[in-house]
Design a protein around this ligand. Structure first.
Ligand SMILES: C[S@@+](CC[C@H](N)C(=O)[O-])C[C@H]1O[C@@H](n2cnc3c(N)ncnc32)[C@H](O)[C@@H]1O
Length: 231
């Protein structure tokens, strides 16, 4: 098995060297690879392009300060938030990068089940300082069971999923998110396929006062945005 992985990895590297736009691999881990491409573009993708190991694919243009449409849409949605933000699914750090370009919230706590995702984001997208930006190695479904910090979160973003299966697809999870939020707080969930949006809206509908759908232009994704009342 190891030999197969090694040969596949070497073959992938050889094909990369033949591709002009790939300037070099700047990170090579067990699960993830980061490539530097032309024009200041950093691409994080699963090692061996095996989606069973990770579903992470992130593109950050460091020169232009942009990511892709999915995360610029999310940053637009959440940009007005002040207060503490919890991101479930840090991944390659596209969203924190977009948020930093637009002005970070007062406090960002981001969680990922993959240590490599935390490592890659620290190095290439946005470093954490353990005070206003904290990255935590944990499963989202465990993290939401922890007690809320004083005052709760102003915003919880759920972008944790693997093999396109979302994490947090249960009444218990959504209820815990609601309990972690401050009054007037917002919960934002990434739904990958249009056919899943109806069920996602139904799941959050009983816990939140308002639920809106923001379909992302040029992709299949929808950000479902749920709000609590201010009382
Ligand atoms: C689409 S990526 C997140 C992209 C990221 N939000 C960004 O801005 O680049 C999904 C992430 O969810 C993580 N993940 C998968 N299962 C998880 C779980 N149970 N708890 C926390 N994170 C999980 C994966 O490791 C992966 O990094």
């Amino acid at each position: 098995m190891f030999a197969v992985r090694l040969i596949t990895r070497i073959a992938a590297r050889v094909s990369e060297t033949l591709c002009e736009s790939r300037l070099g691999v700047v990170y090579s881990g067990w699960d993830l690879v980061v490539e530097r491409r032309a024009g200041g573009v950093l691409v994080t993708l699963p090692a061996l392009q095996d989606p069973r190991r990770s579903c992470l694919y992130s593109v950050i243009n460091v020169t232009q300060g942009t990511t892709n449409g999915l995360y610029s849409a999310a940053a637009d949605i959440v940009s007005a938030t002040t207060g503490r933000v919890l991101l479930l699914g840090l991944g390659g750090g596209s969203l924190p990068f977009e948020m930093a370009v637009r002005g970070l919230p007062n406090e960002l706590i981001a969680v990922d089940a993959s240590r490599e995702a935390l490592d890659v984001t620290r190095r290439f997208a946005l470093a954490d300082d353990g005070v206003t930006t904290c990255y935590v190695h944990a499963r989202a479904e465990d993290f939401v069971d922890r007690p809320a910090p004083p005052g709760g979160y102003a915003l919880v973003i759920n972008d944790a999923f693997c093999r396109l299966v979302p994490v947090g697809n249960s009444v218990h999870f959504v209820r815990r998110v609601r309990e972690l939020l401050a009054p007037g707080g917002t919960y934002v969930v990434n739904i990958v396929f249009p056919e899943d949006v109806g069920d996602a809206v139904k799941l959050v509908g009983s816990e939140f006062e308002t639920v809106e759908r923001h379909a992302v232009e040029g992709s299949s994704n929808t950000w479902v945005v749920c709000k609590l009342s201010k009382k």
